[in-house]
Design a protein around this ligand. Structure first.
Ligand SMILES: Nc1ncnc2c1ncn2[C@@H]1O[C@H](COP(=O)(O)OP(=O)(O)O)[C@@H](O)[C@H]1O
Ligand SMILES: [Mg+2]
Length: 261
């Protein structure tokens, strides 16, 4: 069971001090296999929420449940991909993926891990670059390696914190399509929590978009453009324009009225 339940979740850093709450009374359910984007202005608590699902931070109040179990720490059922490439600089792409596989499955043989790594690097179009080091790869290629590593670890839940935030538009679109294609092609229906502040990205990728304002959830919007969606068709649809307007308005409402540009 890899459904996620955020149950009256509140969190503040520095729990002994008088720090303000960063998240307050968050309630949401993410079904097994669902692709949910959290979107919202910078500083509203998106990355903090990911660390709570990951188990790196623990709730001040409330719970994160995966299936029926409260999260008490990190686990191999969850894997995180960050914006800034989390690859080890001193390892080749292949070694990076093998490292992840061995972390997730301590019993796998070296031969099997190597074959699996190459399989996933092939899926992300990097078979020929498998033995290059991160500095020999572009930013987009490095993120492909990070995705290959995350999927090769076979987590139930994929947590992605603005994974394409530093990538140029064209590569970003390719990575979005690659991610959708990989998620759809795999036997296991993975649960994906994807953080972004990009409205178009959220609408294109998600089954559901959850808009956050500082500390709380403001709106929960079902998207569902269906499997094997075609970008040009999605972007040309009335539904897309309607949803885009709604989300842009939410961002706009969030701008402090006293700020004069
Ligand atoms: N390690 C930390 N210690 C103290 N405060 C933090 C820490 N990380 C983030 N914050 C604060 O928590 C709030 C939410 O941050 P964050 O979760 O990074 O937001 P987002 O990812 O939506 O930009 C911000 O006010 C930020 O300054
Ligand atoms: Mg963040």
């Amino acid at each position: 069971m890899s459904g996620i339940k955020l149950d009256n979740l509140s969190f503040r850093y520095n729990q002994n001090g008088s720090a303000d709450y960063v998240l307050e009374n968050i309630n949401a359910e993410i079904k097994e296999g669902e692709f949910v984007c959290f979107i919202g202005p910078s500083g509203c608590g998106k990355s903090t929420l990911i660390t709570l699902i990951e188990g790196l931070n623990l709730p001040t109040e409330g719970k994160v449940l995966i299936g029926d179990n409260a999260v008490t720490g990190p686990g191999s059922d969850r894997c995180v991909v960050f914006q800034h490439y989390s690859l080890f600089k001193w390892m080749t792409a292949r070694k990076n993926v093998i490292f992840g596989i061995k972390q997730a499955n301590k019993k796998i043989s070296a031969k099997e891990a190597d074959a699996l790594a190459l399989d996933y690097l092939t899926k992300v179009g990097l078979a020929e670059n498998a033995d290059k080091y991160p500095h020999q790869l572009s930013g987009g290629m490095q993120q492909r390696v990070a995705i290959a590593r995350a999927l090769a670890m076979n987590p139930d839940i994929l947590l992605m914190d603005e994974p394409f935030g530093a990538i140029d538009t064209k590569n970003r679109m390719q990575l979005q399509d690659l991610l959708l294609q990989l998620c759809e092609s795999e036997e296991k229906k993975r649960t994906v929590v994807f953080i972004t502040h990009d409205v178009e990205e959220a609408l294109y990728l998600a089954d559901r978009v959850i808009y956050m304002e500082p500390k709380r959830i403001k709106e929960d919007i079902t998207i569902d453009f269906g499997p094997k969606r075609v970008r040009s068709e999605v972007f040309a649809s009335d539904k897309y324009h309607h949803l885009r307007n709604r989300l842009v308005t939410l961002f706009y409402e969030n701008i402090d009225a006293e700020v004069v540009l």
